[in-house]
Ligand binder design. Sequence first.
Ligand SMILES: Nc1ncnc2c1ncn2[C@@H]1O[C@H](COP(=O)(O)OP(=O)(O)OP(=O)(O)O)[C@@H](O)[C@H]1O
Ligand SMILES: [Mg+2]
Length: 335
Amino acid sequence: MVDTESVAGSFPVGNSSAVNELEVLMRQVARYDSTVLIQGESGCGKELVARRIHELSARGEGPFVPVNCGAIPRELLESELFGHEKGAFTGALTTRIGRFELADGGTLFLDEIGDMSLDMQVKLLRVLQERTFERVGGAEQRRANVRILAATHRDLESRVIQREFREDLFFRLNVFPIRVPPLRERTEDLPALIHDLVRRGEAAGRPSITFSDTAMTCLTGYRWPGNVRELQNLVERLSILCPGRSVEREDLPPAIGERRRAAESTEDAPRDLVAVPRGGIDLREYLGNIEKQLIRSALDLTDGTVAHAARLLKLQRTTLVEKLRKYDLQARVAT
Ligand SMILES: Nc1ncnc2c1ncn2[C@@H]1O[C@H](COP(=O)(O)OP(=O)(O)OP(=O)(O)O)[C@@H](O)[C@H]1O
Ligand SMILES: [Mg+2]
């Protein structure tokens, strides 16, 4: 795994107009304490954008405190953010400082804000409006000098319409929106990104690799649903499989290597599977197999991380966990 801290300094890699615009926005907003809402697909670098804004800001020497609002169970999130007093609830054996206080003088990064429960959204809104909070079980009003950055892979505006995200909180957060472009919108950056990833792999002790022109064309034509994280995992895997040599088209995973043939149809969905053979099919078994393959491929793309795979499949994490059990598939349950 790459250490994100050391990567943020050279971020964003590439020279496409999308990347240059991103760089300009990050520099402009870093100078002020304005709240930034970072939106973009899974694995496109939202956390790196947050770290970079923090580093470029006057708070750069202060703490950068991330909170994954989607991964922390809702009943724990309040105490995670605001802390708790000793005895506030069963198990609160000692007083604990929350992330707001830990981020004092620095930046609080509210990651996956779109997954925050509605009742927590109310509490957060109050803190953002009044700039004061209380620890769980405490009465004292506290203040923390923090700059808020928030990120989500979800389309927050449509969640507002569906009443899953509070409109007032959305406006509070969306002071300065930044959209991080998906990799397929900036494939001209692929050579620079690959170069950077290979170099980082070498620094981590993995063999060097290069790519043939044909392999490069395949990479450029692929949709990259897992974005730079998917590319990073692929480069790591190939450097182990093809040490010290040029990666050919045949070395690429079928979804990428066979892309050029598939490119004639612009969709990614399987197209030629819809006719029932004369002998008939067992529909349930057939669909189950497709489901299993898609889950495997999503886990592949996300390095086996269930939360990310669930996102790619637009499933609840718990639903995916059930399916993994059903099909006896292995994955990491961390986020
Ligand atoms: N432009 C980039 N240049 C170099 N590395 C990048 C870039 N974008 C992302 N990465 C790498 O890809 C991985 C994913 O980045 P990051 O965690 O910031 O994405 P994210 O948008 O927060 O993803 P998620 O939505 O899944 O949380 C990281 O390991 C990061 O180092
Ligand atoms: Mg992230």
